[in-house]
Design a protein around this ligand. Sequence first.
Ligand SMILES: [Zn+2]
Length: 217
Amino acid sequence: MGAIAKGARRTSSKLGPSLELYGHVDVLLAKGRGELDVVAQVQRVPGYRIDGDVELIAHAALIAELAERVCEDRHPIDGVYELAVASLQELSHESDPRRASAWFLMTALDLLGYAPQLMSCASCERPLAARPAAFSPEAGGFLCDTCALPAMDLVPVATIKVLRLMASGDVETYRRLKLDASLMASIEGVLQAQLEHHLDRRLKSLAFLNQLRVVQQ
Ligand SMILES: [Zn+2]
Protein backbone atom coordinates (compact mmCIF):
# COMPACT_ATOMS: atom_id res chain seq x y z
CA MET A 1 0.00 0.00 0.00
CA GLY A 2 1.08 3.58 -0.48
CA ALA A 3 1.70 6.11 2.22
CA ILE A 4 3.41 9.46 2.33
CA ALA A 5 5.94 10.58 4.92
CA LYS A 6 5.53 14.32 5.15
CA GLY A 7 8.79 16.24 5.35
CA ALA A 8 10.86 13.04 5.66
CA ARG A 9 13.68 14.55 3.62
CA ARG A 10 14.10 17.48 5.98
CA THR A 11 17.06 17.08 8.32
CA SER A 12 14.86 17.94 11.31
CA SER A 13 12.40 15.17 10.42
CA LYS A 14 11.70 12.48 13.01
CA LEU A 15 10.57 10.07 10.28
CA GLY A 16 13.43 10.40 7.79
CA PRO A 17 16.26 8.49 9.47
CA SER A 18 14.14 5.37 9.96
CA LEU A 19 12.67 5.32 6.48
CA GLU A 20 15.60 4.13 4.43
CA LEU A 21 15.11 2.03 1.32
CA TYR A 22 14.33 -1.66 1.89
CA GLY A 23 14.37 -1.13 5.64
CA HIS A 24 12.08 -3.14 7.92
CA VAL A 25 9.88 -0.79 9.92
CA ASP A 26 6.77 -0.64 12.02
CA VAL A 27 4.64 2.28 10.99
CA LEU A 28 1.59 3.93 12.43
CA LEU A 29 -0.54 5.30 9.61
CA ALA A 30 -3.18 7.97 9.69
CA LYS A 31 -5.96 8.17 7.12
CA GLY A 32 -5.00 10.71 4.51
CA ARG A 33 -7.36 12.88 2.52
CA GLY A 34 -6.51 11.20 -0.75
CA GLU A 35 -5.75 7.57 -1.58
CA LEU A 36 -2.53 7.60 0.37
CA ASP A 37 -2.26 7.21 4.12
CA VAL A 38 0.08 9.42 6.08
CA VAL A 39 2.97 8.06 8.13
CA ALA A 40 2.41 9.28 11.68
CA GLN A 41 5.11 7.28 13.47
CA VAL A 42 7.86 4.97 12.36
CA GLN A 43 10.18 2.64 14.17
CA ARG A 44 12.95 0.50 12.72
CA VAL A 45 12.65 -3.21 13.41
CA PRO A 46 16.06 -4.31 14.70
CA GLY A 47 17.87 -6.66 12.38
CA TYR A 48 19.20 -6.57 8.85
CA ARG A 49 20.25 -3.55 6.91
CA ILE A 50 20.58 -3.50 3.12
CA ASP A 51 23.68 -1.53 2.50
CA GLY A 52 26.38 -2.18 -0.03
CA ASP A 53 27.12 -2.32 -3.71
CA VAL A 54 24.76 -1.71 -6.58
CA GLU A 55 24.21 -5.42 -7.21
CA LEU A 56 23.05 -6.09 -3.65
CA ILE A 57 20.67 -3.14 -3.81
CA ALA A 58 19.39 -4.27 -7.22
CA HIS A 59 18.50 -7.69 -5.75
CA ALA A 60 16.75 -5.97 -2.82
CA ALA A 61 14.81 -3.94 -5.40
CA LEU A 62 13.72 -7.15 -7.12
CA ILE A 63 12.38 -8.60 -3.86
CA ALA A 64 10.54 -5.38 -3.04
CA GLU A 65 9.16 -4.89 -6.56
CA LEU A 66 7.85 -8.42 -6.88
CA ALA A 67 6.25 -8.36 -3.41
CA GLU A 68 4.59 -5.06 -4.26
CA ARG A 69 3.51 -6.19 -7.72
CA VAL A 70 1.75 -9.37 -6.69
CA CYS A 71 -0.23 -7.79 -3.85
CA GLU A 72 -3.02 -5.42 -4.74
CA ASP A 73 -3.35 -2.31 -2.61
CA ARG A 74 -4.58 -3.30 0.87
CA HIS A 75 -5.03 -6.95 -0.20
CA PRO A 76 -1.99 -8.82 1.08
CA ILE A 77 -1.33 -12.39 -0.07
CA ASP A 78 -0.57 -14.71 2.84
CA GLY A 79 3.14 -15.21 3.24
CA VAL A 80 4.39 -12.61 0.75
CA TYR A 81 5.32 -10.08 3.43
CA GLU A 82 7.07 -12.71 5.57
CA LEU A 83 8.92 -14.04 2.52
CA ALA A 84 10.06 -10.55 1.47
CA VAL A 85 11.39 -9.79 4.97
CA ALA A 86 13.11 -13.19 5.28
CA SER A 87 14.65 -12.80 1.83
CA LEU A 88 15.98 -9.30 2.52
CA GLN A 89 17.43 -10.66 5.75
CA GLU A 90 19.12 -13.55 3.91
CA LEU A 91 20.37 -11.13 1.26
CA SER A 92 21.97 -8.88 3.88
CA HIS A 93 24.30 -11.61 5.17
CA GLU A 94 24.79 -13.71 2.05
CA SER A 95 28.11 -13.12 0.29
CA ASP A 96 26.56 -13.96 -3.09
CA PRO A 97 23.34 -11.94 -3.51
CA ARG A 98 22.33 -14.01 -6.57
CA ARG A 99 21.99 -17.09 -4.40
CA ALA A 100 19.56 -15.43 -1.95
CA SER A 101 17.69 -13.78 -4.79
CA ALA A 102 17.20 -17.06 -6.71
CA TRP A 103 15.88 -18.73 -3.55
CA PHE A 104 13.43 -15.86 -3.16
CA LEU A 105 12.21 -16.26 -6.75
CA MET A 106 11.61 -19.99 -6.35
CA THR A 107 9.78 -19.53 -3.04
CA ALA A 108 7.71 -16.65 -4.44
CA LEU A 109 6.70 -18.73 -7.49
CA ASP A 110 5.61 -21.52 -5.18
CA LEU A 111 3.65 -19.14 -2.95
CA LEU A 112 1.86 -17.65 -5.96
CA GLY A 113 0.97 -21.08 -7.33
CA TYR A 114 3.37 -20.82 -10.30
CA ALA A 115 6.02 -23.31 -9.16
CA PRO A 116 7.60 -24.91 -12.24
CA GLN A 117 7.02 -28.61 -12.81
CA LEU A 118 10.37 -30.31 -12.19
CA MET A 119 9.81 -34.05 -11.81
CA SER A 120 7.57 -34.98 -14.71
CA CYS A 121 7.02 -33.57 -18.19
CA ALA A 122 4.84 -30.44 -18.05
CA SER A 123 3.04 -31.56 -21.19
CA CYS A 124 2.54 -35.35 -21.06
CA GLU A 125 3.26 -35.96 -17.33
CA ARG A 126 5.76 -38.78 -17.97
CA PRO A 127 8.61 -38.80 -15.43
CA LEU A 128 11.65 -36.85 -16.66
CA ALA A 129 14.78 -38.84 -17.46
CA ALA A 130 18.04 -37.76 -15.80
CA ARG A 131 19.30 -35.72 -18.74
CA PRO A 132 19.19 -32.15 -20.00
CA ALA A 133 15.65 -31.00 -20.74
CA ALA A 134 13.93 -28.06 -22.42
CA PHE A 135 12.09 -25.61 -20.19
CA SER A 136 8.79 -24.16 -21.32
CA PRO A 137 7.23 -21.34 -19.26
CA GLU A 138 4.04 -21.72 -21.34
CA ALA A 139 3.73 -25.38 -20.31
CA GLY A 140 4.90 -24.50 -16.77
CA GLY A 141 7.92 -26.74 -16.52
CA PHE A 142 10.40 -29.07 -18.17
CA LEU A 143 9.51 -31.17 -21.19
CA CYS A 144 10.46 -34.74 -22.04
CA ASP A 145 12.33 -35.54 -25.26
CA THR A 146 9.09 -36.39 -27.07
CA CYS A 147 7.28 -33.16 -26.15
CA ALA A 148 10.21 -30.73 -26.58
CA LEU A 149 10.61 -29.04 -29.96
CA PRO A 150 13.99 -29.47 -31.69
CA ALA A 151 14.78 -25.74 -31.56
CA MET A 152 14.41 -25.48 -27.76
CA ASP A 153 17.52 -24.91 -25.63
CA LEU A 154 18.30 -27.68 -23.19
CA VAL A 155 18.81 -26.91 -19.50
CA PRO A 156 21.66 -28.89 -17.86
CA VAL A 157 20.86 -31.68 -15.40
CA ALA A 158 22.77 -29.82 -12.65
CA THR A 159 20.35 -26.88 -12.95
CA ILE A 160 17.31 -29.16 -12.75
CA LYS A 161 18.76 -30.84 -9.65
CA VAL A 162 19.36 -27.53 -7.86
CA LEU A 163 15.84 -26.38 -8.76
CA ARG A 164 14.44 -29.60 -7.26
CA LEU A 165 16.42 -29.02 -4.08
CA MET A 166 15.10 -25.45 -3.90
CA ALA A 167 11.54 -26.66 -4.46
CA SER A 168 11.95 -29.09 -1.55
CA GLY A 169 12.57 -26.09 0.72
CA ASP A 170 15.88 -27.44 2.05
CA VAL A 171 17.59 -24.08 2.53
CA GLU A 172 20.39 -25.53 4.69
CA THR A 173 21.65 -27.79 1.90
CA TYR A 174 21.06 -25.03 -0.67
CA ARG A 175 23.30 -22.64 1.29
CA ARG A 176 26.13 -25.17 1.16
CA LEU A 177 25.94 -25.86 -2.59
CA LYS A 178 28.74 -24.70 -4.82
CA LEU A 179 27.07 -22.67 -7.54
CA ASP A 180 29.41 -21.30 -10.18
CA ALA A 181 28.44 -18.38 -12.41
CA SER A 182 27.16 -20.45 -15.32
CA LEU A 183 25.05 -22.71 -13.10
CA MET A 184 23.68 -19.66 -11.29
CA ALA A 185 22.84 -18.00 -14.62
CA SER A 186 21.04 -21.13 -15.78
CA ILE A 187 18.99 -21.33 -12.55
CA GLU A 188 18.10 -17.65 -12.82
CA GLY A 189 17.13 -18.12 -16.48
CA VAL A 190 14.53 -20.77 -15.65
CA LEU A 191 13.08 -18.90 -12.66
CA GLN A 192 12.94 -15.55 -14.45
CA ALA A 193 11.31 -17.05 -17.55
CA GLN A 194 8.68 -18.72 -15.39
CA LEU A 195 8.03 -15.55 -13.39
CA GLU A 196 7.82 -13.21 -16.37
CA HIS A 197 5.38 -15.54 -18.10
CA HIS A 198 2.94 -14.96 -15.24
CA LEU A 199 3.37 -11.21 -14.85
CA ASP A 200 1.52 -8.81 -17.11
CA ARG A 201 4.35 -6.27 -17.09
CA ARG A 202 8.07 -6.90 -16.89
CA LEU A 203 9.84 -6.15 -13.62
CA LYS A 204 12.06 -3.07 -13.90
CA SER A 205 14.44 -4.39 -11.27
CA LEU A 206 14.93 -7.65 -13.19
CA ALA A 207 15.69 -5.80 -16.43
CA PHE A 208 18.19 -3.68 -14.50
CA LEU A 209 19.86 -6.74 -12.94
CA ASN A 210 20.26 -8.36 -16.33
CA GLN A 211 21.73 -5.15 -17.79
CA LEU A 212 24.15 -5.04 -14.89
CA ARG A 213 25.23 -8.59 -15.72
CA VAL A 214 25.89 -7.71 -19.35
CA VAL A 215 28.02 -4.74 -18.26
CA GLN A 216 29.97 -6.92 -15.80
CA GLN A 217 30.85 -9.52 -18.43
ZN1 LIG B 1 6.28 -35.10 -22.48
